[in-house]
Design a protein around this ligand. Structure first.
Ligand code: AMP
Ligand code: ZN
Length: 477
């Protein structure tokens, strides 16, 4: 399995620190609002990485934080006149709902920044003691960037260029810094803000320290994978490396993975441009499985453009898989039970080729776009060979192959089936009987009734096929 490592700018063979185990940390959202579809990209991408690694037999310890103390949370709390913990608790709950709807599995642990303050104070203390941090007049603690000569190694930035740039960026209050590149580890409280006691002042942590601390607490000093969106490479991840490696005296993460950004109609998503969508907005229009399918239809390191048109394409693609699985299931119901034929066994062998292509694509830095193409090839194969007259065992094996690959992508393609609803099955059989008896009025009436439930029947040469469609009444059929 190869992973593109931002640190080395190369695809590298993945070798976990401890055989068979993966320690993975993914920077999570700041919880002051419903998550937007940009935030959904790393969630879906790295959940898929996790699923694929598990498919390969690795045991993944997956940690992802919620940043629950931050200027934006405090601002929102002040606007609503509530405590900031009310805001963060509300949006953590909402985020979990969205994750579930996108079939993003909960992390092994979801630590909260506010529950880890002791660990942060401890690590900041170590950094001060080792000369990597200093306390300014007002109690602010800064990381001493020049004490960490490798600073810039992740973002491949030149320290002198960075330093020259940062000088002009100094804002008032930052004149206590020894160097423009120094960053905040701890800052004094302001009126009306949440704060904690510390050896330096009553205050709260800077943003970067939480991830160094939580990653160490839940995964250890050295981890396999650290991940997030590409905007986090600098300064957030660069600062995490400086803090962790300076405090622990060991390399921090072996592989750094970053997803590219999601844009809307080729523009940066922003509230002021009016092209800002929450996951909840999309849920009002599409099944979120389609959003997931859409996200995985591109490689995670390529920018991804969101538009109605592309979502429609994703919808068609996703439904092609769902329909194929639904048809197989329908055929299984009435297929003869008994051993597979020799021909069927050979066909299944052939189908394994698509599974191999799927793995090959995923092994190449999680190329989900090609992996989905492999699923489509399997679907096409299933549509060709999964016909009436096949044994139930064969049809079922084909169906399981499709659902297993989709499941690695976290795509639910087996609908909790109306087609399996005994009432629906009965109606379908009754319609077949009515047609046999040339009672076409009755057959049509049943077809309309099923349409009203969102089930379209198509008479094909291979027999009746079931398709899920939008439920409609017969008069608009
Ligand atoms: P934030 O709450 O802003 O810290 O973002 C949480 C995660 O979402 C981070 O990994 C960000 O890099 C990622 N993210 C934010 N906006 C986008 C976007 N438009 N496209 C892809 N990832 C994003
Ligand atoms: Zn982080």
């Amino acid at each position: 399995m190869k992973i593109y490592n931002t640190l080395t700018k190369r695809k590298e063979e993945f070798v976990p620190i401890e055989e068979g185990k993966v320690r993975m940390y993914v920077c999570g959202p700041t919880v002051y609002n419903l998550i937007h579809i940009g935030n959904a990209r790393p969630m879906i991408v790295f959940d898929t990485v996790r699923r694929y690694m598990e498919h390969k037999g690795l045991q993944v310890n997956y940690v992802s934080n919620f940043t629950d103390v931050d200027d934006k949370i405090i601002k929102k709390a002040q606007e609503e006149g509530v405590d900031s913990s009310v805001i963060s608790a509300r949006y953590i709950e909402e985020c979990r709902r969205d994750m579930q709807a996108m079939n993003v599995r909960p992390a092994t642990v979801h630590p909260l920044a506010t529950q880890e303050i002791d660990g942060m104070i401890e690590m900041i203390g170590v950094l001060i003691q080792k000369g990597h941090a200093y306390v300014a007049q007002d109690g602010t603690v800064y990381f001493r960037t020049r004490s960490f000569p490798q600073y810039g190694k992740l973002s491949h930035k030149n320290l002198d260029d960075l330093r020259a740039g940062s000088r002009s960026l100094l804002v008032s209050g930052e004149d206590q810094k020894e160097d423009g590149l120094d960053f905040v580890l701890w800052k004094p409280k302001k009126e009306g803000e949440p704060y904690w006691e510390s050896p330096w002042c009553q205050g709260r942590p800077g943003w970067h320290i939480e991830c160094s601390v939580m990653s160490k607490r839940y995964l250890g000093e050295q981890i396999d994978i650290h991940a997030g969106g590409e905007d986090l490479i600098f300064p957030h991840h660069e600062n995490e490396i400086a803090q962790s490696e300076a405090a622990n005296g060991k390399p921090f993460a072996k592989y750094w993975m970053h997803n590219a950004f999601l844009n809307i109609d080729n523009k940066k998503m922003s509230k002021s441009l009016g092209n800002f969508f929450t996951v909840r907005d999309i849920a009002g229009k599409y099944d979120l499985q389609i959003l997931r399918f859409f996200m995985l239809s591109a490689h995670y390191r390529s920018p991804l453009n969101f538009s109605d048109e592309l979502m429609e394409t994703a919808k068609n693609g996703y439904e092609r898989i769902v329909t194929s699985v639904g048809n197989l299931k329908f055929l299984e119901e009435k297929a003869p039970i008994g051993p597979m034929t020799q021909e069927e066994r050979e066909l299944l062998k052939q189908a394994e080729g698509f599974e191999a292509s799927f793995d090959q694509a995923m092994d190449d830095d999680f190329n989900t776009a090609d992996a989905i193409s492999a699923i489509f090839q399997l679907v096409k194969f299933a549509n060709t060979y999964g016909k009436e007259g096949r044994t139930r065992a064969f049809l079922e094996a084909l169906r399981r192959k499709i659902t297993a690959l989709a499941d690695i992508c976290g795509l639910i393609v087996e609908k909790q089936d109306e087609a399996l609803d005994p009432e629906v099955s009965r109606l379908i059989q009754e319609r077949a009987q009515a047609k046999k008896e040339k009672d076409f009025a009755r057959a049509d009436a049943i077809r309309d009734e099923l349409l009203a439930r969102g089930i379209a029947l198509k008479d094909t040469r291979e027999g009746v096929k079931v398709e899920r469609v939008q439920a409609r009444r017969s008069e608009d059929a």
